[in-house]
Design a protein around this ligand. Structure first.
Ligand SMILES: Cc1cc2nc3c(=O)[nH]c(=O)nc-3n(C[C@H](O)[C@H](O)[C@H](O)COP(=O)(O)OP(=O)(O)OC[C@H]3O[C@@H](n4cnc5c(N)ncnc54)[C@H](O)[C@@H]3O)c2cc1C
Length: 398
């Protein structure tokens, strides 16, 4: 097994680093979301710069305006951006949606949206969860009914990350009743500017707004804007969630590597109780343990990336990797808070904030990560059933 990047991939990584030197991430300040991710208006400027370089559509087929590069190049791009702390969050959503539109979108959807995505002018939110439907998403109550060539959507979505700063949403709605619960759902691409859309902010623990509540009151969507087949939205959702768990978390290992390097620097330059933190056996042991966990995470994600590139099924791997990535983020944030001491709790706005408040911000934002995109409890069930072959329902005793 060879884990090394090819010569072409190395050359591309160097190209990305040159791009980052010309477009320093701190010129695109992160406005919201965790550091190194970025979901604010400033991140859009960075996204457009990536678009100008042709890197949003890097791996799309040439027939759809892409560069047709192998998937591994996208991994290299994400890793370099995350290591540099670049605000590339919207890129992950664009990639997943573009992939779905190329695979399952109508010709009209492809013609209207792909060029805008490639330029960095269209970004997406996901409208799946509702006040009464989270882990049990099939309880959703948003409905759509047909009126000629249009669908009319009515419902209420919640926790929709980035909805207020994106241009379009993917909205899952019930379009037919009867049959199994997973039948009769349809995935729509909805323009935020459509009449009947009401997008309201939800303030998070950090005081910033990443999530929104979206009310859809008679929102009209043309049939051509259905993603995949009508009434078969569940299959579309499952495919999307799997890629979301992978692409939405691939950045974690490099992003945590960057934070870990900052903590190591801090330990090397800080004296506490008369000694260097870096000489404290407990601190050294915990930093080393964290470094090991992050390296395992990185290799795990590259392996899944390789499986995706080879077209191999990943029935439980994305779930397993997401659980590990999000829990590693929480562990590193908790370790950072301990290491930095009382100043760690100060927000980035405080002049006394240690490491500019990054660890405090990481601590607060990573809390929700083990809930977003499927909770760790539910995903461990996926690993148990699909990965280990354990029974889904408790067996009756004989
Ligand atoms: C930061 C963040 C971002 C999010 N972004 C989006 C987004 O962009 N779009 C979107 O549609 N949604 C989003 N969500 C919503 C997220 O998908 C749901 O919160 C999640 O699926 C859990 O649903 P719930 O909140 O209804 O909790 P519930 O499903 O009610 O779960 C409550 C608790 O019960 C446990 N539980 C539930 N069922 C089981 C089970 N079968 N076995 C074991 N334990 C179980 C859960 O693990 C959890 O601890 C986001 C959430 C967060 C926190």
């Amino acid at each position: 097994m060879d884990f090394a990047l090819s010569a072409d991939e190395h050359a591309f990584a160097a190209d990305v680093r040159r791009f980052l030197a010309d477009h320093p991430p701190d010129r695109f300040p992160v406005d919201g979301m965790d550091a190194g991710y970025g979901s604010g208006a400033h991140s859009r400027a960075f996204l457009r710069a990536l678009g100008e370089r042709g890197w949003i559509s890097l791996t799309w087929p040439r027939a759809f305006g892409g560069e047709g590069r192998p998937l591994m190049f996208r991994l290299v791009l994400f890793e370099e951006l995350a290591l540099a702390g670049a605000p590339f969050g919207p890129l992950a959503g664009c990639d997943q949606t573009a992939e779905a539109i190329i695979r399952d979108g109508s010709d009209r959807l492809r013609a209207e949206l792909l060029p805008r995505i490639a330029r960095g002018d269209a970004t997406f939110w996901q409208g799946f969860s509702e006040p009464g439907a989270g882990s049990d998403l099939l309880s959703l109550e948003t409905q759509a009914s047909r009126d000629g060539d249009q669908w009319v959507i009515r419902g209420h979505k919640i926790w929709s990350s980035h909805a207020g700063i994106s241009t379009h949403g993917l909205v899952l709605a019930r379009t037919a009743r009867g049959g199994r619960r997973q039948d009769g759902l349809t995935m729509f691409v909805v323009d935020n500017a459509t009449a009947g859309m009401d997008i309201r902010p939800i303030r998070s623990l950090t005081g910033e707004v990443y999530h929104y509540e979206v009310f859809l009151d008679g929102v009209r969507v043309h049939r051509d804007w259905v993603l995949g087949r009508e009434h078969e939205g569940w299959a579309q959702l499952l495919r999307g969630l799997d890629t979301d768990r992978f692409w939405g978390r691939f950045y974690k290992a490099p992003m945590l590597t960057r934070v870990l390097r900052r903590l190591v620097d801090y330990a090397n330059t800080t004296v506490r109780d008369g000694g260097w933190l870096a000489h404290d056996a407990g601190v050294r042991r915990r930093l080393a343990a964290m470094a090991t966990e992050i390296e395992v995470l990185r290799v795990l994600f590259y392996r899944i990336g390789w499986m995706l590139a080879e077209g191999l099924p990943t029935p439980y791997e994305a779930a397993l990797a997401k659980v590990m990535a999000d829990e590693a983020g929480q562990k590193l944030a908790a370790l950072g808070l301990e290491l930095l001491g009382p100043h760690a709790a100060l927000p980035p706005s405080s002049p006394w904030a240690a490491l500019a408040g990054e660890i405090q911000h990481l601590y607060l934002t990573t809390m929700g990560h083990t809930i977003a995109g499927g909770t760790s409890e539910v995903l461990r069930t996926t690993v148990a059933t699909r990965g280990l072959g354990l029974p889904r329902e408790p067996r009756a005793r004989t």
